[in-house]
Design a protein. Structure first.
Length: 468
């Protein structure tokens, strides 16, 4: 304050009547004086980007850098632009409006890196990066593992290996075994209950399924202990080696059966479902009934009444042989061979007849038994077996016929193979021959006559030997 102003202030103070008025005047003068001083000082600094030679020449918020007043800070002798932070430190900045000579706290509460990977969560607090404590690196679940990575400062989570125990222990529930809860290798704990298994035919003991036995009590209910193994009795139709293995107590031909099934005419197999089943004798022939022979175990067949079984085919009674009209099915006489006509008969033009006619002439061949000069005629007869009587007599002529019955007639040897017996000569009524018991078959009847007695004749089959 210059002398002139002090002199003026002294005179004014002396003019006040009271002390209080004087003090107020002094205070007002001082304020005016200071304001004036500041105005002079403000006008004396160099604004931003103005020329300068030293930091003090620049107005507030700037320092002299490269001859200009630049917004920034001069900290530890180094220039730093405004709002820049120290390397690696985001919690302090150059804030020239606050200070141009020191770092100013910044980013309060913001995340930062303290350089300590185990510092936990770090934030800026009053210019310093402070952590909340060590990183919580615990596994997310019992099926995870966790490890702190010091290089990254992160807690790394991984899945626990499959099978890692994670809960309930293994246990037995009667005859069922429940394994322990275990991790699946994908971070999940799988309850052992979902993998419960039955131990049958063994029991569950000591938190596991047993695998051997000493007595039946070591096995599941209903199972038997045999040679250290628990086995359930096998059901009908299942394979077996001994009776005790079968619930039915019968092991037949390697299969559990419902019966001992020891008949030659019965069988037990898996195909019969373990049921003892008698053989079914069926040859696919409608005229037969089959049954198993208990003595041989083979099928025997009987032919049904009123039918025949000939050459492997069935025929009803009276049904003819399509290849020979003189043959037919007669089950009374024979069930497995064709029968000839009802009685011994001649077969003429495919029909059975009991009589035929003929005529002997000089043109017929000669040579009958005991009379080689006689001419003869031949007839074929089917004989069903047993006695037969034949009669030959003239038919309106003077012929005195002679008869012979042959199993095989040979004109060169007319007396060979003769089957008939001479019964009697009936004079003009002819001759009768017969047999006592002739086998069934085909025979030849020879009717002979001399030249003096050529003519017609009638040949018949009759029931007795009389000359009727």
């Amino acid at each position: 304050m210059d002398d002139q102003r002090l002199d003026q202030l002294s005179r004014r103070i002396a003019a006040f009547r009271t002390r209080r008025q004087a003090l107020k005047a002094v205070a007002g003068a001082v304020v005016t004086l200071v304001a004036g001083t500041r105005a002079v000082a403000a006008q004396a600094c160099t604004p931003q980007y103005g020329p300068c030679t030293a930091d003090g020449a620049c107005c507030a918020g700037a320092v002299c850098e490269h001859g200009l007043c630049m917004p920034g800070c001069r900290i530890d002798g180094a220039f730093t632009s405004a709002h820049m932070s120290p390397p690696g430190d985001s919690c302090r900045q150059c804030l020239p409006e606050v200070s141009t000579t020191s770092w100013t706290p910044a980013n309060e509460g913001m995340s930062c890196w303290s350089g300590d990977p185990n510092a936990g969560i770090t934030t800026c607090q009053n210019g310093t990066c402070i952590g909340s404590g060590p990183v919580d690196c615990r596994p997310l679940t019992v099926c995870h593992t966790a490890a702190f990575n010091s290089a990254t400062g992160q807690c790394e989570q991984r899945f626990a290996e499959s099978g890692t125990p994670c809960g309930g222990m293994e246990m037995c529930h009667g005859e069922f075994y429940t394994p322990a809860d275990a991790c699946d290798g994908n971070g999940f704990c799988i309850g052992g209950g979902s993998k419960t298994v039955g131990c049958a035919p063994y029991r569950c003991g000591g938190h596991r399924c047993t695998t051997s036995c000493l007595t039946d009590t070591d096995c599941a209910v209903g199972a038997l202990c045999e040679a250290g193994l628990c086995l359930f009795p096998r059901e009908l139709g299942e394979r077996c080696d001994a009776d005790w293995q079968c619930r039915s107590d019968y092991c037949v031909d390697g299969v559990c059966c419902d019966d001992r099934c020891d008949s030659l005419c019965a069988t037990c197999s898996a195909e019969t479902g373990g049921n003892c089943t008698r053989f079914v004798c069926d040859n696919d022939l409608s005229c037969t009934a089959g049954f198993c022979n208990e003595a041989t175990g083979m099928c025997d067949y009987t032919v049904a009444p009123e039918t025949c079984l000939i050459d492997g085919k069935c025929y009803d009674a009276g049904e003819p042989n399509l290849n020979d009209a003189c043959q037919y099915c007669d089950p009374v006489r024979d069930v497995d061979e064709w029968s000839t006509c009802d009685h011994t008969a001649f077969c003429v033009n495919g029909a059975c007849v009991t009589s035929v006619t003929g005529e002997i002439t000089a043109n017929d061949p000669q040579g009958v038994c005991n009379s080689s000069s006689d001419h003869f005629a031949l007839h074929t007869i089917r004989h069903a077996g047993g006695r037969v009587n034949l009669r030959a007599r003239p038919a309106g002529s003077s012929l005195a016929p002679r008869l012979g019955l042959y199993s095989a007639f040979d004109p060169a040897n007319p007396c060979a193979n003769r089957e008939s017996t001479y019964i009697g000569f009936c004079g003009s009524d002819g001759e009768v021959i017969g047999t006592s018991n002739l086998a069934a078959g085909i025979y030849t009847v020879v009717v002979g006559g001399r030249a003096s007695t050529f003519g017609a004749y009638a040949l018949s089959i009759q029931s007795d030997s009389s000359c009727l």
